[in-house]
Design a protein around this ligand. Structure first.
Ligand SMILES: Cc1cc2nc3c(=O)[nH]c(=O)nc-3n(C[C@H](O)[C@H](O)[C@H](O)COP(=O)(O)O)c2cc1C
Length: 357
């Protein structure tokens, strides 16, 4: 039985299918609970939320499902080195991006105020609400924190983009590794080496980690149907985490125009760039991606670049100049079929059951 293994037992779920958490306000209670109620593990990305908002979201999720779900945070949420350096980076970013602000006749934002990491306060609320599953990206958690999470009954998942990251995560005591392949949509969660140097594909990454690491591997990146699930399982994964295919469903919080792009011809090409947020991430190759984002290294550190580009993104969306927006997407988008999370889940289960039985 493909759906009875260490992961289904550990997470107390019926099917080893995880809906990838989405940070930046794109996760919704509806999507998370739809997937959990159908026997998978819904995910909720909460790194931009305040502790109170995380608490409220948890309560809302609990009112709609009594099944487990996965609460996700970023353990490392800023890359700023020092003020002088940042000022120089700001000057360069203004010079690089000015033509696009001019094109949209919108003001260049001032250098945002200094950024305080939110993670510690967010973690406090994780100890308050005690979710069944907690996952994190962009680094490691102290062993003692993981022990405390275990003591309160929370299962802990960490994201790896390389074999070394997976080994480091295993040493700290996480329960399973999300192996995030190069194909994935959104940010690369690399933390030991530069993200640009941590670009192993899902196919290789699953096998490398499976070979060296004892805890279960959850395959993420480039999976959108039963064939993808079956392939990942044959290579040694015990679960899959699917992002882009769920991002495109009605229940996700992505903008309608973003979903249109995911189902359009444009999704045939995606690019990894640092210039949209300050951290390397994959999205659809729109005009601005081709002209500028793929080439420039004149960006502010994360999250200042996100703030800086936010003004451009807002103006471009308002003026329907969608070619000047970068829409997150994984490489698998041209295979997407389903517009409802429930039908996507049902077809994933049916197809995987047929191929793996
Ligand atoms: C828009 C977007 C936002 C994401 N945000 C997060 C996040 O905050 N935390 C996280 O662990 N993974 C995040 N991911 C990764 C997904 O959870 C998932 O691992 C990935 O999308 C799987 O690859 P796929 O897109 O090819 O299915 C994000 C992905 C996308 C597309």
């Amino acid at each position: 039985m493909w759906n009875k293994n260490r992961i289904t037992k550990l997470l107390e779920i019926e099917y080893p299918i995880l809906q990838g958490p989405f940070g930046g306000g794109i996760s919704t209670v509806e999507l998370t609970t739809t997937v959990s109620n159908l026997g998978g593990l819904g995910g909720f990305g909460a790194y931009t939320l305040s502790p109170q908002e995380i608490y409220n979201t948890h309560k809302e999720i609990q009112s709609k499902t009594n099944k487990p779900y996965n609460l996700n945070l970023w353990v490392n949420d800023h890359d700023i080195i020092d003020e002088e350096h940042t000022k120089e980076q700001y000057r360069q970013a203004v010079e690089t991006f000015k033509p696009y602000f001019d094109l949209l006749q919108t003001d260049i934002p001032a250098l945002p105020p200094s950024f305080q990491s939110r993670f510690q306060n967010q973690l406090d609320v994780v100890f308050d609400i005690k979710p069944k599953v907690f996952s994190f990206m962009f680094g490691l958690l102290n062993e003692s924190i993981i022990e405390d999470l275990h003591r309160q009954g929370t299962i802990v998942l960490g994201n790896a983009t390389t074999l070394d990251e997976a080994s480091a995560l295993e040493k700290t005591g996480v329960d399973a590794i999300v192996a995030s392949g190069f194909e994935s949509g959104g940010h690369r969660p690399s933390f030991l080496d530069k993200a640009e140097l941590s670009t192993t594909g899902t196919f290789a990454l699953i096998q490398l980690i499976r070979d060296r690491v004892k805890i279960p591997v959850i395959a993420a990146g480039g999976i959108a149907n039963g064939r993808g699930i079956a392939g990942a399982f044959k290579l040694g994964a015990e679960a899959v985490q699917i992002g882009t295919a769920f991002l495109a469903t009605e229940e996700s919080g992505a903008l309608p125009v973003h979903k249109e792009f995911l189902f359009s011809d444009s999704a045939k090409s995606t690019t990894l760039t640092r210039a949209y947020t300050g951290r390397l991430g994959r999205g659809i190759t729109t005009k601005i991606t081709r002209d500028l984002l793929a080439a420039t290294d004149k960006t502010l550190p994360f999250p200042l670049q996100t703030h800086f580009m936010g003004a451009l993104r807002k103006a471009a969306l308002e003026q329907q100049k969608n070619d000047l927006v970068f829409f997150w997407s994984g490489q698998i988008a041209p295979l997407l079929k389903h517009k409802k999370a429930s039908t996507l889940m049902q077809s994933l289960i049916e197809e995987a059951s047929e191929l793996l039985s």
